[in-house]
Design a protein around this ligand. Structure first.
Ligand SMILES: Nc1ncnc2c1ncn2[C@@H]1O[C@H](COP(=O)(O)OP(=O)(O)O)[C@@H](O)[C@H]1O
Ligand SMILES: [Mg+2]
Length: 413
């Protein structure tokens, strides 16, 4: 009897399923990459370094295995821990999930042990519904709240409910045509509000169910969808090609949203800490004012250079982050140098600036050309960042170096 009682408790003590990070302290760290996935492990590591990272938690890769083995069900004990970790995010942020007057929103991000570019999905702005959208609009532009809701319904519809992305984009294109505008940014709050209505109807028509309004139901759906994405055709084929074990599973990161699209004192961007094509020692990246994460790589607007050193011909005349937001830029430089020193390798980073405050959202060893790998290794040895001229990441990405001559920052998970 006693032995039977002890067993589950012992198992629970060894295998943690949910790792919190926030307010300068994280349960995880970089070495736990196998359990936390690359993204989660580095979010924990950055948090422990005192770098500003929005609080969140990582559901471990082992849970992905339990999910699949248990008939695609999120285990009950895991969900209890998710609720507890969510309460810690709420406390850290001073906001409540589902609060109609001032809601906490989260992102749900996949992250396997090794990078699987474009194989799995992310949902942003989760927690929005017909009520919380009004709370988000409070103290910000109306347009911002409806734009966020529109993005959320599209991402959730696509990733979780299987409504093809194009079904939403058609409506967006129609609306832009009717209004005679080229960019999404030229649509008004009222336009976007109407578009949300159309999107919600589209979801109901194509999925056969109304769009889930309960934030906890939304969260459960998104977590399950990330676990499911490990088994989708794209991911399976990619694993086969790269020799990645199907046993590994993906982790799920749930993280408080920060907003680069609240106004002109907000921005988002991606960068390499050195030039990934040549290896030269320059801070290399792109940013957009008043934009959300994916806009930089989505190609809807032309991204701007972060400083004058890496302006491309297509970017002539576009203002840099350094000139437009010197404070956050300086902090970003301080952080990227810290990260290089800590990881002893060139990093590929994602950041967002909300009302002048910088937040880091991802770091990982950056992909680079062979030529860049050699130069970076030699330089880093000279700078005493590494002790010999080993070439750390030229070999650490699956199957060696990227073939693309100039990798783009933030272009894959
Ligand atoms: N909590 C968040 N707040 C603001 N932006 C976020 C948040 N989570 C993710 N993002 C941004 O959304 C985009 C997609 O997220 P990510 O999970 O990194 O997917 P990918 O693997 O496609 O880069 C990135 O630009 C990322 O910085
Ligand atoms: Mg990313």
């Amino acid at each position: 009897m006693a032995a039977r009682k002890k067993k589950p408790a012992a198992r629970r003590a060894t295998a943690r399923s949910v790792y919190f990070f926030g307010a300068g302290k994280a349960d995880g760290r970089a070495e736990l990459r196998d359990s936390l996935g690359g993204k989660g492990a580095n979010l924990a590591e950055m948090t422990n370094l005192g770098i500003p990272v929005p609080p969140g938690f990582t559901i471990s890769t082992d849970v992905c295995g339990r999910y699949n083995a248990g008939g695609r069900r999120i285990p009950r004990d895991v969900w209890e821990r998710v609720r507890a970790a969510l309460a810690r995010i709420e406390k850290t942020m001073g906001l409540r999930f589902g609060d109609p007057s001032e809601p906490l929103l989260v992102s749900v991000r996949s992250g396997a042990r090794v990078s699987m570019p474009g194989m799995m999905d992310t949902v942003l702005n989760l927690g929005l519904n017909d009520r919380t959208v009004h709370g988000l609009a409070r103290g910000a532009e109306d347009r911002f709240a409806w734009d966020s809701y529109r993005r959320f319904v599209q991402m959730y519809g696509d990733v979780v409910l299987g409504v093809p992305r194009e079904r939403f984009e058609e409506h967006l294109d129609d609306l832009k045509r009717t209004r005679g505008v080229r960019n999404d940014t030229e649509l008004s709050g009222a336009d976007l509000r109407a578009l949300v209505g159309t999107y919600l109807e589209t979801v109901e028509a194509l999925s056969g169910k109304p769009f889930p309004q309960d934030p906890m139901v939304q969260l459960r759906g998104a977590v399950a969808a990330v676990f499911d994405s490990w088994q989708n055709d794209r991911a399976r084929r990619y694993r086969q090609m790269q020799g990645i074990s199907s046993e590994w599973g993906t982790a799920v990161n749930v993280q408080a949203m920060v907003f680069g699209n609240m106004g002109d004192d907000c921005a988002t961007g991606v960068a390499f800490t050195r030039n990934p094509a040549t290896g030269s020692r320059m801070f290399y990246g792109e940013w957009l004012k008043n934009a959300q994460g994916e806009d930089v790589v989505a190609g809807i607007r032309t991204p701007q250079p972060i400083n004058d050193d890496n302006r491309s011909p297509a970017q002539q005349g576009l203002p840099t982050l350094e000139s437009e937001m010197p404070g956050p830029y300086k902090e970003l430089v301080r952080i990227y140098k810290r990260l290089e020193k800590h990881y002893r390798d060139m990093q590929d980073i994602e950041f967002t600036i909300q009302r002048g405050k910088l937040w880091m959202l991802q770091t990982r060893d950056g992909k680079r050309t062979v030529r860049a790998a050699v130069k970076i290794a030699v330089d880093m040895a000279r700078e005493r960042l590494i002790t010999s001229t080993r070439t750390p990441s030229a070999t650490s990405s699956p199957r060696g170096c990227p073939r693309h001559p100039a990798p783009r920052p933030g272009s894959s998970s």
